[in-house]
Design a protein around this ligand. Structure first.
Ligand code: ZN
Ligand code: ZN
Length: 331
């Protein structure tokens, strides 16, 4: 269903198949003679038909779209961009660093998978757990939906009629994630950077450069300063109290850092051992590691590693290697 948020800005909900998130919120902005879309949704026929139906509710067709801005290149945001572009010939805007995601999420090479398997192995994850996730995705290829037409770095302004969207680079959840800020309407399109209930996944992988959790916290501080009346997120519901929500997410990461430190107990532990010792999914009241799905088990290790990286940068912990396995220890 299409909802008008303020005059000229509409929210559409594009369904994500078999996913607890249920839908991606995408946004339609009226321009002078055409429209801008912020994100597009998951690539499936159901999603595509739903998008068309919701556009039609406000008298818009795909050929009326002239700009597509992608907050980040995950499937649920970028997936339909190819089909929308094919019909509309719209220009696709994306942060330059999101092109890294093409290599890790769309065309998954054997070499890449091997490097990820090696990475989990040296971090103490049992082989059968790695195999359970990797075997089914060997040779996985999802066509890259489309190539971007305009590469962004942050700091640009993209206009659509009376709306002027400031591009804010917010790395963390994804290396080239962007939020868009409209200063007159005081609206922040937050993508997956700030969601009202769930905390976005921040992971370290063998291809991750730097300190994604550190980047994420910095990116939270960046948006917290903005004068925002409404946050329009890519999932869940619209909300108003941005500083309050930012503080909650920061607190969540502080608590997790403390849990990891406590689990370490002044001993050398692998990332896997630490991940198994803490509670996951706090928004669901906390779930034991053993009760997570096979995929979630691996991503819990990647999230633990993102924390360990941030803790190492802050010089709280150090790592040692014994028999090709990495152990972490407090300083
Ligand atoms: Zn995402
Ligand atoms: Zn998402």
């Amino acid at each position: 269903m299409t909802t008008q948020i303020v005059k000229g800005i509409y929210q559409l909900k594009v369904p994500i198949p078999d996913n607890p998130l249920e839908a991606t919120n995408i946004y339609l902005l009226q321009g002078d003679n055409s429209y801008t879309l912020i994100d597009t949704g998951w690539d499936s026929n159901t999603a595509f038909n739903s998008l068309n139906r919701q556009l039609a509710e406000v008298g818009v067709g795909l050929p009326d779209i002239s700009q597509i801005i992608i907050t980040h290149a995950h499937f649920d945001h970028f997936g339909l961009a190819g089909r929308v572009k094919q019909i509309s010939n719209a220009k696709i805007y994306m942060h330059t660093l999101e092109q890294e995601v093409f290599r890790t999420r769309y065309v998954v090479s054997e070499e890449f998978l091997n490097s990820v398997a090696h990475w989990f192995t040296i971090n103490g994850v049992p082989q059968d757990m790695i195999e359970a996730v990797h075997s089914p995705i060997k040779g996985f290829r999802k066509p890259i939906p489309a190539q971007p037409d305009v590469l962004l770095n942050g700091g640009e302004t993209i206009s659509s009629g009376k709306f002027n969207l400031q591009v804010i680079w917010t790395p963390g959840h994804s290396p080239g994630h962007i939020c868009l800020y409209e200063p007159v309407a005081k609206i922040l399109f937050s993508g997956d950077h700030v969601l009202p209930v769930i905390t976005p996944n921040i992971s370290l992988t063998p291809t991750t450069k730097g300190n994604p959790l550190g980047d994420f916290l910095q990116s939270l501080a960046t948006v917290r300063k903005l004068d925002v009346a409404q946050v329009l997120p890519a999932h869940e519901q619209i909300f108003k109290n941005l500083p309050g929500r930012v503080d909650e997410i920061v607190r969540h990461h502080e608590i997790r850092t403390k849990e990891i430190m406590a689990a370490m107990g002044h001993q050398e532990k692998t990332a896997y051992q630490l991940a198994t010792a803490i509670k996951w999914m706090p928004e669901q009241g906390g779930v034991d590691y053993g009760d997570l799905s096979p995929v979630a088990k691996l991503s819990a290790v990647s999230e633990t590693l993102a924390h360990l990286k941030a803790m190492a940068v802050e010089q709280k912990i150090t790592s040692v290697i014994h028999d090709d396995i990495v152990y972490y220890k407090d300083i």
